[in-house]
Write a protein that binds this ligand. Structure first.
Ligand SMILES: Cc1ncc(COP(=O)(O)O)c(C=O)c1O
Length: 426
């Protein structure tokens, strides 16, 4: 059985793995993307920890961080790691952007940072967060963990806010197995984030050895012949137990490793980076061909870049679609998630609905955060890996069509009436 990875990660080649060579991955990525500054961290989560730690030192009286209520649980763990308080902002009904009215209501003199998030390669609106942050004296940290390579008016995402970061974890395009890139738009924040990193992330030999072995495992197994064993089998075991959070990879350890990525992994990243632009161009071409086919299925809405952002050009690790109801989305997952077609969800729940993160996410009433919860219930991600061939993509389309057809007619009507979210690539 073919097993397609859930996102389009860049495979490694044997030639990437030789020792030696240029190991200055931060500079290579900064040049590649056009960033004025970049510092390498051991994960996207670590990059967020460094960003928040630096801001905390600049404004010790501010203790709250506003994040989207539908985002990666690692964001909540990073905020808790820094001893800060999480404030959850709802999303918009028809875009994966922060709800500006809710954001304004949450922000105030205690706000340290607002974290708009570019989910699944899609470009989000950062201007509303910037306006709100300027009004209350807070900073904007752009979470572009899933969107390395996405651009706004030709500039890399992450540069509209004060600080931004990308993830270099498995499946995020370029990977060191785990890694992150943190950058600041203005000179004034570069020294504080550098100092935070020096203080918090020393070299750790055993951790680096572990990550190096994991990266070798990735190089060996991230290919059609290895993915059935490395990804498909554990996925099916988690689904058989009914554990969707584990199936989606949402079961994170509570502690955040902080250390320096070692020389060998950095050099592997520099060599693989030479192929990233072409890999992402091919992914954009596949998306441009496949998204209209998904949009042609009644009740299926592809999710595009934010309609509020002019000249947005996201990247396409996955194709995100919104289905008419949670019941339809869940029916598709129940039937097809384990089949190895690259289906999945960005995250299983809105943050307050994970029991395993109750210690780091404040409780909210059942009716709160309606749009974030709605997105959590209706989003489906379809891998945009080159290994999702035409036959399997056609099978995905047929499965979506069948699931919508089997649903109540009301679901289809709702979807048509409620939809205006999407912009697809041109
Ligand atoms: C939106 C978002 N933010 C932050 C992170 C954390 O990045 P990392 O996995 O590199 O620690 C992730 C990881 O999946 C993410 O999806």
């Amino acid at each position: 059985m073919t097993t397609v990875p859930p996102t389009a990660g860049l495979p490694l080649r044997a030639a990437d793995l030789w020792p030696g060579g240029d190991a200055d991955l931060a500079s290579a990525l900064a040049r590649h993307l056009g960033l004025p500054h970049a510092q390498l961290e051991c994960s996207g989560t670590a990059a967020l920890v460094m960003a928040l730690t630096a801001l905390q030192r600049l404004a010790p009286g501010r203790c709250e961080v506003i994040v989207p209520a539908y985002t990666c649980p690692l964001v909540a763990l990073a905020v808790a790691h820094c001893g800060l308080q999480l404030r959850l902002c709802d999303l918009q009904a028809d875009a994966l952007d922060l709800d500006p009215a809710h954001l304004d209501a949450l922000a105030g003199a205690r706000t340290l940072a607002i974290v708009p998030t570019h989910l699944g390669g899609r470009v989000a609106d950062v201007q509303a967060a910037l306006a709100c942050a300027r009004r209350v004296g807070a900073w904007v940290v752009e979470d572009a963990a899933q969107s390395l390579g996405a651009r706004v008016a030709g500039a890399p995402v992450g540069l509209q806010g004060d600080l931004g970061f990308y993830s270099l974890a498995v499946g995020k395009g370029l990977t060191l197995y785990e890694g992150g890139l943190l950058f600041a738009r203005e000179d004034a924040l570069r020294a504080p984030v550098h100092e935070a990193s020096i203080a918090l992330a020393p070299p750790r030999l055993w951790m680096e050895l572990r990550r190096s072995l994991e990266l070798l495992g990735y190089a060996a197994l991230y290919r059609p012949a290895g993915l059935g064993w490395a990804y498909g089998a554990p996925l099916r075991r988690a689904l058989a137990r009914g554990d969707w959070e584990q199936a989606a990879g949402d079961d994170f350890a509570p502690t955040i490793p902080l250390h320096r990525p070692g020389r060998w992994r950095r050099a592997v990243g520099v060599r693989a980076l030479a192929r990233l632009a072409d890999f992402q161009r091919q992914a954009a071409l596949r998306a441009a061909e496949r998204l209209p086919r998904l949009a042609a299925i009644p009740g299926v809405e592809p999710v595009g870049d934010s309609p509020a952002v002019a000249r947005a050009a996201g990247v396409w690790p996955v194709l995100l679609v919104r289905l008419p109801t949670r019941a339809v989305r869940d029916a598709v997952l129940r039937q097809h998630w384990g089949q190895g077609w690259g289906l999945g969800v960005p995250f299983v729940q809105a943050l307050p609905d994970y029991r395993r993160y109750a210690a780091v996410v404040p409780p909210v009433p059942a009716q709160a955060l309606p749009h974030a919860r709605d997105w959590a219930g209706r989003l489906l991600s379809i891998s945009n890996s080159p290994w999702l061939d035409e036959a399997h993509f056609a099978a995905v389309c047929a499965a979506l069509r069948a699931a919508v057809d089997q649903a109540q007619p009301a679901a289809r009507t709702c979807s048509r009436a409620c939809s205006s979210a999407s912009r697809t690539p041109t």
